[in-house]
Design a protein around this ligand. Sequence first.
Ligand SMILES: Cc1cc2nc3c(=O)[nH]c(=O)nc-3n(C[C@H](O)[C@H](O)[C@H](O)COP(=O)(O)OP(=O)(O)OC[C@H]3O[C@@H](n4cnc5c(N)ncnc54)[C@H](O)[C@@H]3O)c2cc1C
Ligand SMILES: NC(=O)c1ccc[n+]([C@@H]2O[C@H](COP(=O)([O-])OP(=O)(O)OC[C@H]3O[C@@H](n4cnc5c(N)ncnc54)[C@H](OP(=O)(O)O)[C@@H]3O)[C@@H](O)[C@H]2O)c1
Length: 513
Amino acid sequence: MRASSKQRADRPVRVAIIGSGPAAFYAAEALLGQTQCPVAVDMFERLPTPYGLVRAGVAPDHQSIKAVSRRFERTAQRPGYRFFGNVTFGEHLLLSDLAQHYDQVLYGVGSAADRRLDIPGEDLAGCVHSSAFVGWYNGHPAYRDLAPDLSAERVLVVGNGNVAVDVARVLARTADELERTDIADHALERLRGSRVREIILAGRRGPLQGAFTPAELRELGRLEAADPVVSASELELDPVSASALSGASAQARRNLEILQEFSQRGAGGRGRTIRFRFLVSPVALEGNAEGRVEAVRLEHNALVRTDSGRVAARGTGQSERLAVQLVIPAIGYRAVALPGVPFDARQAVIPNREGRVLRAADSGVPLLAEYVVGWARTGPRGLIGSHKAGSEEVARRMIADAEALVGERRALAPPEAIAALLERRGAKPVAFSEWQLLDAEEVARGADRGAPRRKVVEVDQMLEVIEQKKRSDQVPEAIEQKKRSDQVPEAIEQKKRSDQVPEAIEQKKRRDG
Ligand SMILES: Cc1cc2nc3c(=O)[nH]c(=O)nc-3n(C[C@H](O)[C@H](O)[C@H](O)COP(=O)(O)OP(=O)(O)OC[C@H]3O[C@@H](n4cnc5c(N)ncnc54)[C@H](O)[C@@H]3O)c2cc1C
Ligand SMILES: NC(=O)c1ccc[n+]([C@@H]2O[C@H](COP(=O)([O-])OP(=O)(O)OC[C@H]3O[C@@H](n4cnc5c(N)ncnc54)[C@H](OP(=O)(O)O)[C@@H]3O)[C@@H](O)[C@H]2O)c1
């Protein structure tokens, strides 16, 4: 039976969003911004801080990109939105809880784990995967103690994507350049003492197959104290690439032109070098007596065209040994399975059709009321802005499904009950207004180093800062309250006095007869 519009208006559709990255926020914006059907959104984020990789991934020297968080801030001010930071799905909040509190669940948990090289030596000290290295310089609480050994003179960054470029650039920048960014204090301090001289960016395919974008590549040629170096022989196209050149994308051709321009510059003399190597794959890392990386074995590759038409790298069996002291694989990410939520281990995504979660990867059956957006849906590719359209599309489907099922709406626990549940589970949730206190404190602390902010990097410290700010904000408020309460007796006295005036007149009248 279809419900009447009166039934529809009884209460909003209650949606739990897990994660607070760009995909989650774009979805919240679309859900709260539509007028077809009232929606209330509770967003759960495992960190006390919102915005996912906008805070923990985007490089500190790319501040302008982070301005998108202002848009998300506006969404957080909308009626019907609540933020529960410092709450981990799977630990403080289970799928069975969500069924009692929400009509729909939307996963926007990103791809938190690294793809691995799966080669011998990958777990040696001195091999640090990009999620950890990036998390470390960006002040992600999970990586604050990483302390990568920057006494290394030569670093190998594996991969030819934008993350590899970010990592190479941060290593190549001077501490003075980084000081004015929001890089974590601990990273700035360590980078200040860095002895890194050479950063090798190694691609398993050729210069025409780089996944980096021209703007990011070009930036490597504009650093204060580092030069990009690529030998002309590295840029000679192999037969497969040569035949693909005429049909190559504008991005691939532009990348090649920039690399050719770098190659013509020669060695440069700024101090550090970023050296490009192509058609090589690490096949083993070798450790020294202390178990630290001291060398990598690089196999040379040839490119082949597969049956599906893809250009793939194949090892030639020829290899070289290269002394390196730090290896940073930046070869992409993988989503992590959430307890109780279907997972496609092969694709490393939550299996879905058009954002509706499927019972299993090989099942076409969508689960009722479970959805997914962002990297957890598509895999780890795409820029921040690219999630807007995808999240809006999933939000539209959620609204359509909610409308279709309006007659079957279950009775849910009252909206305030979720806070009690989280407390029972030992969570200390951070509300959006509390995050804003921490945000303001970080921004204020940045002023002494000319930085946009100085991040607090420990969860306990974040909570402490919030408590302190609340206490100090309460002082002026308490003074105001005191003033207000002092004014009450005064007002009563005044009222009494003014009431006494007519009374005095009356008395006088009575006396005067
Ligand atoms: C190093 C790096 C740099 C990048 N730089 C740029 C750039 O400069 N410009 C650009 O346009 N794009 C950049 N990108 C890409 C961009 O960051 C992604 O496209 C985007 O962040 C993906 O959004 P998402 O919401 O799917 O995931 P995320 O941003 O990863 O957000 C997922 C959120 O879910 C939370 N979460 C995970 N598990 C749980 C759980 N169990 N319970 C509660 N919360 C959970 C996480 O803490 C996180 O906050 C970069 C990516 C990386 C990796
Ligand atoms: N400034 C920015 O705008 C910015 C910054 C960072 C990230 N991002 C975006 O975030 C997304 C993720 O970036 P990403 O760099 O992690 O991923 P990516 O763009 O997919 O690049 C991954 C790189 O790793 C290589 N690779 C994968 N497996 C490998 C292996 N086993 N051995 C050697 N190399 C391997 C890939 O080579 P093949 O091509 O041969 O597979 C590719 O060069 C991208 O969309 C990116 O544009 C943007």
